[in-house]
Design a protein around this ligand. Structure first.
Ligand code: C2O
Ligand code: CU
Ligand code: CU
Length: 678
């Protein structure tokens, strides 16, 4: 359905209020777009190169008492600035200040501890709500206290330690914010990233490394100053006119004439897509939310809602060099479409030498895996439960419940209470013709048994954790409640629906009046951020020098935003295969002294020692104030001299006392140090 902005505004009502009392009206009545950008700032399709977020390296790796490897990570949730709109910068919230956040990759059986710092501003700079966060690793069977329970909030200056078990089969997961009532705006502002769980089966069957490409698809609308606009049409949904892939509008990726694997995540907060290739050729679908399907499916188009992940293989060897293959979006009922929302990204086939290393470079796999979820049979089910998703008096409900009722019950109210290891059938009914609801069940992988009594679509014949419950549809799901006892959420993943208030919970293997050792809020509380702990880890992928400095000043409504460190994304086509590291530039950056007494100048100095090829051009170090409890701000940039030394003197801003400083060199090195304040 294509509707004009005028109609959208009538549905939607008011615009948004800027951070500093500035109203940011969205879209003039004449404009056929959701964005209010001047035409010369409006992004256009296929002008940008696809970038892939860096893979995060662990800060350390230890071995647990039972012999399992454990990787330790630390991520900062902080303000950042994105380059989306030509000529303007867009303030975002990001994991390490970027959207999408860095990718985490892990092998099955290795555990992860993730320290998640909240150093966001206290209030959202545009929409004014309190920026408390809760981080959910979507697709992981995590314990309840590490599952991003909506009311398990981490406030400014606090860190929550999350634990991820990674015992499940290989899959594409994603981590995103899940804070009660504000998930939509916080995820829309940028708090989302990929997490790839690998195992031997998947590694023997599917392309890896630079041929295994994460694609995070989202949509956005912009205010005239380049900042994000937000209009969820009275909690129905947000429909942006700009399609982003990995944070860039309608990007282009150069591809070799071979098979590629794309892990497509729809991170739009509301929009669903119907993807297809411009050639009309099918893609080979190999994995769904919960990992490998039993057998690969040839699919010419598929319906893809928020939070669903589909992994597809595309064989570019059948196209001549110079051919452009577009990924398009034919849309679905009840989305609002604009001029260019039918396009997503493009692949340009090159004649560069083809790297045929690794599995499935030339030949599509057919039989994949005997998934345990897909081997469940309805005869194992001990109970069938039915729930409806609907709007009741302006409030979205699920199974007759809202999250508010769960909260008011002291988190006791549940929609279902299966025993541990029970198999059940859940029937979810959407009798409305006006909305679709992507329903997500935490903890479990499920099998879709049927939709309106018929077999599910061929591309849904794999383990899932989100199901598209379309207009007038009833789905039957089969699942086993295993691994952990405790309380888990179930909700619509159209995030404005989730926030208002289409979310409930179920309990596994417990009575919610019992003392719960895995209480989703009480069992693991956040702690204050310690100033001298390492703040951020370098990316494993060698990144080109971040030479671009994005200024955020000058545009109204964003004046208080400070520049944040933006690790440069890498072009997948340009990423060298992992096997040849000696040509990589390494920079060991140190801060040897850091001193700032309140109301006095601050002085910092250090060294930068480069091994490997020295990048051309002059090298510099940029320093940031990363004192806990404040949003990070840039202190200045200084050149590195020919002996590898640097030093910087800077004046503090009003009331600024720096207690922790972070340095980033243009050659890739980073360092953090506590500041001497005496
Ligand atoms: Cu992706 Cu409960 O969320
Ligand atoms: Cu989830
Ligand atoms: Cu919904």
């Amino acid at each position: 359905m294509a509707i004009s902005r005028r109609q959208a505004l009538q549905i939607g009502g008011i615009g948004i209020i800027g951070a500093f009392g500035l109203a940011v009206p969205l879209g003039s009545v004449e404009a056929k777009s959701a964005s209010r950008l001047d035409p010369r700032n409006m992004p256009r399709p296929y002008q940008r190169t696809l970038t892939v977020p860096p893979v995060l390296a662990p800060s350390k790796t230890t071995v647990d008492a039972d012999g399992h490897t454990r990787h330790h990570y630390r991520i900062q949730q902080k303000l950042g600035s994105a380059n989306i709109v030509p000529g303007l910068s867009t303030p975002i919230l990001g994991y390490n200040g970027t959207f999408p956040g860095p990718t985490i990759k892990v092998n099955q059986g290795n555990r992860i501890s993730l320290m998640m710092d909240n150093v966001l501003p206290l209030l959202h700079p545009q929409w004014g709500y309190r920026l408390d966060t809760s981080t959910h690793l979507h697709g992981s069977a995590s314990l309840p206290q590490f599952d991003g329970y909506a009311n398990d909030l981490t406030g400014l200056g606090y860190c929550k330690d999350y634990e991820y078990p990674n015992f499940q089969p290989a899959r594409t997961l994603w981590y995103h914010d899940h804070a009660v009532h504000n998930t939509a705006q916080s995820v829309y502002s940028g708090l989302a990233g990929h997490y790839h769980l690998h195992d031997e089966v998947e590694q023997s069957l599917l392309p890896q490394g630079q041929f295994d490409v994460p694609l995070t698809v989202s949509d956005a609308m912009f205010a005239a100053n380049g900042s994000l606009g937000y209009d969820d049409n009275t909690h129905s949904g947000l429909w942006g006119d700009v399609i982003l892939v990995n944070g860039a509008p309608w990007p282009v990726m150069k591809v070799q004439r071979r098979i590629y694997r794309f892990r497509i995540l729809n991170a739009s907060i509301s929009r669903s897509y119907r993807f297809s290739l411009s050639t009309g050729d099918p893609v080979t679908m190999v994995a769904t939310d919960g990992g490998l399907m039993p057998s690969a499916q040839q699919v010419t188009s598929w319906r893809h809602s928020s939070a669903e992940r589909y992994e597809v293989l595309i064989d570019f060897s059948k196209y001549p060099a110079g051919k452009r293959v577009e990924l398009r979006n034919a849309s679905n009922k009840n989305n609002v479409d604009y001029d260019n929302t039918g396009r997503v990204m493009a692949f340009d086939v090159t004649n560069e030498p083809v790297d045929t290393s690794g599995p499935a470079a030339r030949v599509m796999p057919t039989l994949l895996t005997a998934s345990t979820t897909m081997s469940l049979t309805p005869s194992q089910s001990v109970k069938t439960r039915r729930m409806r998703v609907k709007r009741d008096n302006e409030i979205w409900t699920i199974g007759g419940l809202t999250w508010d009722e769960v909260v008011k019950s002291g988190y006791r109210k549940v929609l279902a209470d299966p025993d541990l290891d029970d198999v059940e059938i859940w029937e979810i009914e959407n009798s409305s013709g006006g909305w679709f609801h992507p329903v997500h069940i935490h903890l479990v992988d499920f099998q879709i048994l049927s939709r309106n009594g018929k077999a599910p679509f061929s591309y849904e014949r794999g383990p899932k954790d989100v199901v598209y419950v379309g207009e007038g549809e009833t789905v039957r799901l089969l699942m086993k409640f295993e691994h952990h006892r405790g309380r888990y959420m179930i909700h619509c993943h159209n995030l404005p629906h989730e926030d208002h208030d289409m979310m409930a919970q179920f309990s596994v293997g417990m009575d919610t009046d019992d003392v719960d050792p895995n209480h989703p809020i009480e069992a693991s509380r956040p702690h204050p951020i310690t100033p001298d702990a390492p703040v951020e880890e370098p990316a494993e992928t060698p990144s080109p020098a971040p030479t671009e400095t994005v200024e955020t000043g000058g545009s109204t409504g964003t004046a208080e935003l400070t520049e944040a460190a933006t690790p440069a994304p890498t072009d997948p086509a340009a990423t060298p295969p992992a096997a040849e590291p000696p040509t990589v530039t390494k920079d060991v950056l140190t801060i040897t002294s850091a001193r700032h007494r309140l109301r006095k100048d601050m002085t910092f100095s250090g060294t930068s020692k480069v091994t490997g090829p020295v990048p051309p051009g002059s090298a510099s170090v940029t320093l940031y104030d990363v004192s806990p409890g404040r949003s990070s701000s840039k202190l200045g940039t200084v050149a590195i001299n020919s002996l590898g030394n640097w030093s910087l003197t800077a004046k503090p801003g009003p009331g600024q006392q720096v207690t922790s400083v972070r340095a980033e060199s243009s050659r890739g090195g980073t360092a953090t140090r506590r500041v001497d304040t005496r």
